[in-house]
Design a protein around this ligand. Sequence first.
Ligand code: DGT
Ligand code: CA
Ligand code: CA
Ligand code: ZN
Length: 587
Amino acid sequence: MDKEAIAAVLGEIGTLLELKGENPFKTRAYHNAARILEGLSEPLDTLVAEDRLGEVQGIGEALRDKISTLVRTGRLPYHEELKASVPAGLLEMLGIQGLGPKKVRKIHEELAIDSIEALEAACKDGRVAALDGFGEKSQSKLLEAIAFKRQFASRHRLVDAIAAAEPVLEALREHPDVTRCSTAGSLRRWKEVIGDIDFVVSSRRPGAVLDFFVGLPAVQSVLARGDTKASVILSGGIQADLRVVADHEFASALAYFTGSKEHNIVMRQRAIARGLRLNEYGLFRSTEETRDPALRVECPTEEDLFRELGLHYVPPELREDHGEFAAAEKRPMPRLVEWTDLRGSLHNHSDWSDGRDRLEGIVERARELGLSYWAITDHSRASFQANGLDPARLLRQLDEIDAINQRLADEGDDFRLLTGIEVDVLRDGLDLPDEWLARLDVVVASLHVPSGEEAENTRRLVAAAGNRWVHMLGHPTGRLLLERDAYKVNLNAVIEACAAAGTWIELNASPYRLDLDWRHWAHARKLGVRCVINCDAHRLEHFGYLRLGAGVARKGGLRPDDVVNTMTLPRLREALAAKRGGAGRKG
Ligand code: DGT
Ligand code: CA
Ligand code: CA
Ligand code: ZN
């Protein structure tokens, strides 16, 4: 069990004790311990192995024993018993905005409610409003929050859907009765948010494949199982649908279940216009719906299907009826960017601000991945909650980066760290004066504390985009997928300001952001604005976001040349200088 998992168990113990109404000192001790573990600089294993856990401030004897048990055995009977003694619905209720442990306990004790459904019913018939400390207003707020939670329960961030789907696809691929298989649906199209996962398989023995699918260890429950399809819930709570077809139907089934619905509608119209019929079973010479094998136009691959309909192949990411038909009629679609084209990331954090890792570890990981450069752009001082850098600390960081680069040069290694900052866009300008920005290799300007006014946010970002020393705008809408909407901003005005100043726009590849959204890139590209696919890494595990970002960039129709961080280091340095009107880094 790693430190994060153990901290999560301790935190949950604290919460469970609160739900049981235990003494606040005791509950707080668990929450504190969870935080202390997360912040430990030494590996927990070492501390336990050397019996030094007791030296850590805030971890008393009882906690020490529990943590050691967790480290050694991966479980804790105390936690399991405690969990069994509290209805699971109470923990779920804590996921509703506005409900803390105290309120959940009161609702449970006074109304005997132990599920979200029961809570909803009690809100609707006014029983919650009648409770001490609740009232009409909080009752209607709770109803809204329940509806909100339900709306998002069946939507998942792309990264979670990929993580759930990949092992299933691998397993299917290895099954002897599977001829061809693929993901389909929104996942194959790289939508940022996924309803359910879809798989399409061709096989001569559908029954055997379906048996295998519903029996996979990743399957939590089976919703439906027919002769050619099944629906299950995977662990993690994501639904997955599987269709099994004959191999000569594979291309049309795959195209159909990849969608999007809007794209499919145009495809079907194109078929009709050619005296054909297109459906999930194939393409047929017919003027009415059919699946008559005698009328079939053989299409072994999706390429064949597109060709029959007068189109070059359209990659799945672009199948949104978002301009792909006009493009694919004339000429082959351009090669879209791939994550292996990327040579580094230009917006990342380290333990100098709110990142977890030290510069040395960051360099090591970037080199392992075969990257050529990695910019360190920690927060500026206005982001005090993220331990933002003031000029004095920034200077020290620059020295450290210089020393690391010097060592790399001495070792004959071409990899380089780039210096930089993620400078806050404030009401009256940037959080660092131009003289300081000019000393850095890479400047990312980000709006972290937006105003409620569209005009005001637009004004700030337009001004930042116009600053000669700013290379790019970071996460330009501030959205957090399934958590927080974009702030109000006139994106067209911001994109135009970037075009006018030659300022780049980030595609922030954090799975929560994927910001700027894919829908805006065609327009930005047309105006000549270049994209930078950035990890916004706060820990080494985030380096993999490059793949996610590249997928979303493909969805935005971006090619390698549109993306700044496909460049080699020497060309990148030229581009960084060219953005500043020929002046590179000063000082
Ligand atoms: P999701 O799951 O909500 O993220 O989005 P999708 O696109 O994966 O939708 P899903 O799983 O309901 O269906 C997969 C694909 O099947 C969808 O993209 C297009 C196709 N499809 C499903 N229902 C219809 C339909 O009624 N008409 C058409 N033309 N296509 C459909
Ligand atoms: Ca789907
Ligand atoms: Ca589906
Ligand atoms: Zn940021």
